[in-house]
Design a protein around this ligand. Structure first.
Ligand code: ADP
Ligand code: MG
Length: 810
C-alpha cells in the first residue's frame, strides 16, 4: 500500500500533467518535460486507477490517461494540450473532492431518483451524509449458536430448518393486516420468526423444509421465544454444519455486522450494501481537519481508515469499544466533528469580543455601597460573580456572560448591583423576563430592594409589558429615550426594535429555564452608535458545566454555587392519585400554621382547555373544603390586571391558597408560602419541578412539596424519585439526562443555535469536547480567519451554515 493519500497522488499527477499540457499547448515557448516525469505520471495514474474510485473521477482519469498515451512528444499538439487542461482543470481547483462527496445518492448504483428522495427525507442527501451515517450498534455474528441456546434479550445467529409457515390475521392500530410467521428449529428446539410487513416477498424464501441462517434479537412471547423481523438467508441444502458455515465467505455472517437505523422501507442488508459501496469508492476522498499534532499525539487513525473501520469492521475488533463509540476510529470522527463545532464557537467568540463596546468606570463606589445597604449580606459566590461582571463592564468590548445559578441562589441581586454600577456612569440597563408575570414580579422585587437600600440605591426603575395601558407604554418609552429610566424590566417587547434607549449599556435576559435564543440574539443587536451593549444571560437551568460551555459556547460562564444561608431543604413527598385525602390534610396543616399554599397545574397547549377546567374544578373543591380561607385562581387567560391582583393578594396574605397553571412557575416569591402541591407532576420536566419547588424553600421555615402523580409509568416514577433524593439542581439535571437521554434534554436548546451533531454526543463525549475546544481556541488564536487552512474554513462554514456569520472572516 502506498503511503500517499489519494489527494496527494492526484495532486502530484495533476501537477505533472499540467506541465505536459503546457508543453503540448505551446511547445515553442516551453522546453520538453523530462521523460522521467512522463513515466512517473503514467505510473501514478495506474496506481490511482487501481483503487476503487467514484465513477466520475475514474472516467476523467481514464480519459487523461488515454490522451497522454496518444501524444507524441516529438510532435506536440496545441489541441491535445487544451484537452488535457480541460480534463485536468476541475482537479486542480480546491474542493474537487468535496464536490464529489456532495453528489446526490443517485451516484451510487442501485439508487434511483425515487429511492434517493426517500433517503433525503431522512437527512441522507449526499454521499458524505451516507459516509457519516455511522452504525448505531454492531451485531456479533462471529458465533453461530444452536436454537436451544438462544437467550431472551440477546442477539444471536443460528441455523434452523423451517418447520411451519403461517399467515396470521391481525388488527394493529385499527388496520387489518397479516403477520407472516415461521417456526424454525433443529432436532432440539424451535423458535418463531415474525414479520409484520414484507411477508409476501419473504414467503418466497421461507419455505417449509428449507434451512435458514437467522440473525436478530431474541424476544420473549408468552412462554416461548421469538424474533421480530430477523435477517435471514437461505442456506444451500448441502451446506455442511454451522461452524463451517460461519467460516464461509458469506459477507454478512461470520463477522461483526454494523447495524444502521436505515430509513423506513429499506432492507437493512440493502442499506448496508449501499453504505459499503459509498465507503469503497468515496472514503478516500474525505479529508480530516484536526491539526496533525493532535492526531499524532492521540495516535488517531486517518479519517478514510476510520470510516472503513466503522462501516466494514474487521473480525478481530474490540466489540465493546465499538458498542460504546469509543474505538480509535470513533474517537477520530467524534473529534473531527467537535473540532468543527468548536472552531465555529471560537470564531464567534473572537468576533464578539472584538466588537466595539461601552466601557464603564467600574471602580466607582455606588455598586459597593448599594450592596452594603441591602437587608442581607451577599454570599461569597454572589460577591465573586458581581466582581466578574464589573470587570467585564470596564472593558470596551461587549461582555458576553452566562450566569448559572440554582433557583433561589440570588441572581436578581446580581442584576441590580450591575445596573447600579451602570447607572452610576449614566448608562441604562434592560432586564428581560420570559413572561409578563415574571417581569411584573421582578419589577416589584427590584422596587422593594431599591426601597430597602434607600438612598444608596437611587435607581429609576420602569416596567414595560404589552398589557399595560397604551399611554403608560408611551410614557415609559419616551422616558427611556430621554434617559430618565436607569433600569427597565420587561418582556420581549423590549427587544422588538421599537424601544429606543438613550444609552443602553447592559442587556440582561432572565431565562430561568426557558431558552429564548431569538430574544437573546435580539438583545445583542448594536446600538444606534454602532457599539454593542454588554450582555448577561441568567439561567437557573442546571446543566453540567462542560455542556454549558458548548451549548452557550461563545459565552463566559459565572456560576452561583452557593445558596444564601439559612435555607432549609424542601421536603418532597410523592403521592399517587387516590391519595387526595393526604393532600387535603397537608393543606389543612399548613393553613393551620398561618402559612400559604400553592396548587400548580400543568398547562399543555394541546389540552389547554381540559387542564384549565381541572384547575377550576380543583380550586372550587379546595374552596369548599376550606370555607374560611380565600382561594384564588390564576391562569394564562386572565388579563394582566386580574393576574396582578391575584398575585398581589397572595403576596400580602389576603388569599391563602393560590391555584395556578404554570404561569407562576417562575419568579413568584412569597416567603410565607410553604406548601406546594404539584398536580400531574409526571408531566413536568425535572428542571421545571425543581424550579417550582424552589418557590417554597425561601423562608426560614423550610417548605414542603407534594408531587401528585397521575397515571404514571415506571419511567416517570423513576424520574420523580430523583426529586426526593437530592436538592442539588445539577444532580437533578444529571438524573434527568440519564433517564431521558441527551436528545430530549438538549433538543430544543440546541436547535437553531448550534449545528446538529451527527456523531459526537456532548454528554457521552464530554472529555473529547474539552480536547476539541482547547485545540480549536488555540488554532483561532493563531489564525483567527483560518486563512492557513481554507479547506477547514469551508468545512466550518458548511457545518454552521447561517447560524454563524463569518462574513468578516477570510
Ligand atoms: P433566583 O433568581 O436566583 O432564583 P432570587 O434572586 O429571586 O433567586 O433570590 C431568592 C431570594 O433570596 C430572594 O428573596 C432574595 O431577596 C434572597 N436573597 C438573595 N441573596 C441573598 C443573600 N445573600 N442572603 C439572604 N437572602 C438573599
Ligand atoms: Mg430569579
Amino acid at each position: 500500500m502506498s503511503a500517499q493519500t489519494l489527494h496527494e497522488e492526484i495532486e502530484a499527477a495533476g501537477r505533472a500533467i499540467a506541465t505536459i499540457a503546457r508543453y503540448e499547448g505551446s511547445a515553442s515557448a516551453t522546453p520538453r518535460p523530462d521523460p522521467a516525469l512522463e513515466v512517473r505520471v503514467s505510473q501514478t495514474l495506474e496506481r490511482i486507477l487501481d483503487r476503487k474510485l467514484p465513477v466520475d473521477l475514474r472516467r476523467r482519469l481514464e480519459k487523461l490517461r488515454k490522451r497522454l498515451e496518444a501524444r507524441q512528444p516529438e510532435a506536440p499538439r496545441p489541441d491535445l494540450g487544451r484537452e488535457l487542461s480541460q480534463l485536468l482543470d476541475p482537479l486542480l481547483g480546491s474542493g474537487w473532492a468535496e464536490t464529489l462527496l456532495a453528489q446526490s445518492l443517485t451516484a451510487l448504483s442501485g439508487v434511483g431518483p425515487k429511492r434517493a428522495e426517500g433517503f433525503a427525507r431522512r437527512g441522507l442527501e449526499r454521499i458524505s451524509d451516507l459516509l457519516f451515517w455511522l452504525p448505531s450498534r454492531y451485531e456479533d455474528r462471529r458465533q453461530v449458536s444452536s436454537v436451544a441456546d438462544l437467550v431472551v434479550g440477546r442477539s444471536a445467529t443460528f441455523v434452523g430448518e423451517v418447520k411451519i409457515v403461517d399467515w396470521v390475521p391481525t388488527r394493529r392500530g385499527g388496520r387489518f393486516g397479516k403477520i407472516f410467521q415461521a417456526v424454525v428449529g433443529d432436532d432440539a428446539a424451535v423458535v418463531t420468526l415474525k414479520w409484520f410487513r414484507g411477508g409476501e416477498a419473504l414467503a418466497r424464501q421461507v419455505v417449509k423444509g428449507r434451512r435458514l441462517l437467522v440473525s436478530g434479537e431474541v424476544k420473549r412471547y408468552r412462554f416461548s421465544k421469538e424474533l421480530i423481523h430477523p435477517e435471514i438467508e437461505v442456506v444451500a441444502a448441502r451446506q455442511p454444519e454451522a461452524v463451517e458455515l460461519a467460516a464461509s465467505r458469506e459477507p454478512d455472517h461470520a463477522r461483526v455486522v454494523p447495524v444502521y437505523s436505515a430509513p423506513e422501507g429499506i432492507n437493512p442488508r440493502t442499506f448496508r450494501r449501499l453504505v459499503g459501496q459509498a465507503v469503497d469508492a468515496y472514503a478516500d476522498l474525505v479529508v480530516g481537519h484536526l491539526p496533525a499534532s493532535l492526531v499524532a499525539e492521540r495516535g488517531l487513525p486517518a479519517v478514510p481508515d476510520s470510516l472503513r473501520a466503522l462501516h466494514r469492521p474487521e473480525p478481530d475488533l474490540d466489540i465493546d469499544a465499538y458498542q460504546r463509540f469509543a474505538s480509535p476510529a470513533h474517537e477520530r470522527l467524534v473529534l473531527e466533528e467537535l473540532y468543527l463545532l468548536e472552531l465555529g464557537l471560537a470564531m464567534r467568540r473572537a468576533q464578539g469580543t472584538s466588537r466595539p463596546g461601552v466601557a464603564i468606570d467600574a471602580a466607582r463606589p455606588e455598586s459597593r455601597s448599594a450592596a452594603k445597604a441591602l437587608p442581607f449580606e451577599l454570599t461569597l459566590a454572589q460577591r465573586r460573580v458581581v466582581k466578574e461582571i464589573l470587570d467585564d463592564l470596564a472593558v470596551s468590548h461587549p461582555m458576553n456572560r452566562l450566569l448559572q445559578g440554582d433557583v433561589g441562589s440570588g441572581k436578581t441581586v446580581i442584576a441590580v448591583l450591575a445596573a447600579v454600577a451602570v447607572a452610576a456612569c449614566g448608562g441604562q440597563t434592560a432586564l428581560m423576563a420570559p413572561t409578563e408575570l415574571l417581569a411584573e414580579q421582578h419589577f416589584r422585587t427590584l422596587k422593594s430592594l431599591a426601597k430597602a437600600a434607600g438612598d444608596e440605591m437611587p435607581l429609576r426603575i420602569g416596567l414595560l409589558t404589552a398589557s399595560l395601558p397604551r399611554a403608560e407604554i408611551q410614557a415609559l418609552r419616551s422616558a427611556l429615550a430621554m434617559g430618565e429610566i436607569d433600569l427597565v424590566v420587561g418582556t420581549h417587547l423590549l427587544v422588538q426594535g421599537e424601544v429606543e434607549f438613550r444609552d443602553l449599556v447592559l442587556s440582561i435576559v432572565d431565562e430561568q429555564h426557558r431558552f429564548g435564543v431569538m430574544q437573546r440574539a435580539a438583545l445583542s443587536a448594536a446600538r444606534p452608535d454602532g457599539r454593542f451593549p454588554h450582555r448577561l444571560v441568567m439561567t437557573a437551568t442546571p446543566i453540567p458545566r462542560s455542556l454549558a460551555m458548548t451549548v452557550y459556547g461563545e459565552l463566559d460562564l459565572s456560576v452561583l454555587d452557593e445558596l444564601p444561608p439559612g435555607r432549609k431543604p424542601v421536603e418532597t413527598i410523592l403521592l399517587r392519585a387516590g391519595e387526595g385525602e393526604r393532600v387535603m390534610e397537608l393543606i389543612r396543616d399548613t393553613l393551620g400554621r398561618g402559612e400559604q399554599v400553592y396548587v400548580v397545574y400543568p398547562l399543555v397547549e394541546e389540552s389547554e382547555k381540559m387542564d384549565l377546567r381541572s384547575a377550576i374544578l380543583s380550586s372550587e373543591r379546595i374552596a369548599r373544603a376550606f370555607p374560611q380561607h380565600r382561594v384564588d385562581l390564576v391562569h394564562g387567560q386572565l388579563d394582566a390586571a386580574a393576574r396582578h391582583q391575584a398575585m398581589e393578594d397572595f403576596g400580602s396574605g389576603e388569599s391563602s391558597i393560590l391555584v395556578a397553571t404554570t404561569v407562576i412557575e417562575v419568579g413568584v416569591d412569597v416567603s410565607n408560602a410553604t406548601l406546594m402541591v404539584i398536580e400531574h407532576a409526571e408531566r413536568f420536566g425535572l428542571a421545571q419541578l425543581h424550579q417550582l419547588r424552589g418557590r417554597v424553600g425561601r423562608g426560614e421555615r423550610g417548605g414542603r412539596c407534594v408531587l401528585v402523580v397521575r397515571g404514571s409509568s415506571e419511567k416517570s416514577e423513576l424520574r420523580l424519585r430523583a426529586m426526593i433524593g437530592t436538592r442539588d439542581g445539577f444532580e437533578i439535571a444529571d438524573a434527568d439526562l440519564e433517564i431521558r437521554g441527551p436528545g430530549d434534554f438538549l433538543g430544543t436548546r440546541q436547535s437553531g443555535h448550534l449545528p446538529e451533531l451527527r456523531i459526537a454526543d456532548l454528554l457521552r463525549d464530554t472529555l473529547l469536547v474539552a480536547v476539541a475546544r482547547g485545540v480549536a481556541r488555540a488554532e483561532i488564536a493563531r489564525d483567527p480567519g483560518l486563512s492557513r487552512v481554507p479547506g477547514t474554513l469551508r468545512a466550518v462554514r458548511k457545518r454552521w451554515g447561517k447560524r454563524i456569520d463569518l462574513s468578516s472572516v477570510g
